[in-house]
Design a binder for this molecule. Structure first.
Ligand code: SF4
Length: 481
């Protein structure tokens, strides 16, 4: 199997780096065994004794509402346990008390610690979740196409050239990000999920829509799927003979949360072979890596995984939201982009955090987002400037804050669509009245006294066309549960 064997010295270097960190367990055959930690087995964390009682309480209460899962790689190799309370990797992965409003935290803790009935607790948790805007930008009801009258739950088609596909088996992750904008996928609440199992439906839809040149396989994290399952989907695409197909993208955080997926998982060689096969067919395979902080690029395992992926002919592009308490300063971003370029990763997007879940804790004003992006951009050479942002993935499209300016005596945000529900919107500058507190497109008003932005009337019409009833489909994945 290509790429399946690692030299002993490389395995040793990956599993036992020379840093002060503990050597991880090397299993038979040189594999690194994945261990998940969640609320039910929190006390099994190797670093459990380092958590304060208050932290343990916060994790237990807040994870009633938000999904929580970490793993042995994140815990052993990414988190700085000497400063864990302010460590970005800890905050990225462990629920924080401030993710709920003080009143919500108190009511919930009173119920949990006061032994409220299961039914009452479940009802209150559901109420909290539904108040946290679980599906921003109408992602459950808009952009879900249908085929011969059948709603294609598990497909989204928002932009002409790109179709998103959510394979059922890829709807979990190796660990969960506390900011996750798809957090309802992992809450066990069925009506908040969407996914698809049949590749045949996806293929039929692609054949009927020759404008689609890019397929984005996403989740959750599709890289939790066994290679044999991913192969089923990829092979169906390759066999379908789609002359328009240019790119298969895979959205993943595995480079940061489980790089051993490409190194020592039993089917890692098989997985890399699938990537290689796509490239050899002349189709661009792009791994869309979620990388939130430069620390994620610093381990031997991550570096080796990047090398091995690139050796298959695949490209890696990076994207991340801008997150208060994790990466909200220019130096972090410029450092991250520089490190990415050095490792052969193409910086792609800085997103504005979506208004969902714990947005109150992670959100950054648009003014500050613009400042951070610009300052970081100015600190890099031209080769890093493939990155675009700060961009809001809003209902009408991806809207970038291109600048803050003074026009006709008014301070304004200069905005532009990077992607639009109507491709003709892309690239046209438009203007919003400056608002120092605004954190999202919905917070903005058109500048110069205009009643609405240029695209709004047409967008309303588009919404009428594609509004569909909500759907349910369960998702499952055992390997990384
Ligand atoms: S990896 Fe992506 S889908 Fe998974 S928890 Fe993080 S942001 Fe959400």
């Amino acid at each position: 199997m290509a790429g399946a064997s690692l030299s002993f010295s490389l395995i040793f270097r990956i599993l036992c780096p020379p840093a002060k960190k503990k050597c991880r367990i090397i299993h038979k055959g040189g594999t690194m065994k994945y261990h998940a930690f969640a609320r039910h087995n929190l006390d099994k964390l190797p670093t459990y004794g380092r958590l304060s009682q208050e932290q343990i309480r916060s994790i237990k209460i807040v994870s009633e509402v938000f999904p929580f899962k970490t793993n042995n790689y994140v815990v052993n190799e990414l988190i700085d346990w000497d400063n864990y309370q302010t460590d970005p990797m800890y905050i990225l992965n462990f629920p924080q008390r401030e993710m709920l409003r003080p009143g919500q935290f108190k009511s919930l803790s009173d119920m949990v610690e006061g032994n409220a009935s299961k039914a009452d607790l479940a009802e209150y948790i559901q109420e909290l979740r539904l108040n946290l805007n679980p599906h921003p930008a109408g992602q459950m009801e808009h952009n879900v196409p249908s085929l011969q009258g059948k709603v294609l739950t598990g497909i989204q088609h928002k932009y002409r050239e790109t179709m998103l596909f959510f394979p059922t088996q890829g709807q979990t992750c190796h660990a969960y990000c506390t900011f996750c904008f798809r957090w309802p996928q992992f809450t066990g609440v069925n009506e908040l999920k969407f996914a698809m199992k049949q590749a045949s439906l996806m293929i039929s839809y692609l054949k009927q829509n020759p404008s689609i040149t890019d397929i984005l396989i996403t989740g959750g994290d599709p890289m939790v799927m066994k290679a044999s399952i991913l192969e089923r989907y990829i092979q169906a695409i390759l066999n379908a003979d789609l002359p328009q197909l240019q790119t298969i993208r895979i959205g993943t955080k595995s480079l940061s949360f489980w790089p051993y997926r490409y190194l020592t998982d039993p089917d890692s060689g098989e997985l890399l072979d699938i990537f290689r096969r796509v490239s050899e067919r002349g189709i661009h395979l792009a791994l869309m890596a979620h990388i939130n902080h430069p620390v994620e690029l610093g381990t031997d395992a991550a570096k080796e995984a990047i090398t091995r992926i690139r050796n298959t002919g695949a490209n890696i592009r990076s994207q991340s939201p801008l997150l208060r308490n994790i990466n909200d300063d220019p130096a972090t971003w410029s450092d991250m982009w520089k490190k990415q370029v050095k490792l052969g990763i193409v910086p792609y997007y800085m997103f504005v955090a979506r208004d969902t879940g714990a947005h109150k804790y992670f959100g950054v004003s648009l003014e500050r987002a613009h400042h951070i992006f610009n300052s970081a951009y100015q600190q890099t050479s031209g080769i890093c400037r493939t990155v675009r942002g700060p961009s809001m993935s809003a209902g009408p499209g991806k809207v970038r804050i291109a600048g803050i300016a003074e026009l006709k005596g008014e301070k304004v945000f200069v905005l532009e669509f990077l992607q639009g529900r109507n491709p003709e919107w892309v690239g046209k500058p438009f203007f919003a009245a400056f608002d120092a507190d605004a954190q999202w497109l919905d917070d903005l008003q058109p500048a110069f006294g205009e009643k609405e932005f240029f695209y709004e009337q047409e967008y309303r019409k588009l919404l009428k066309v594609d509004k569909l009833p909500g759907h349910t489909l369960s998702s499952e994945n055992k390997q990384y549960a």
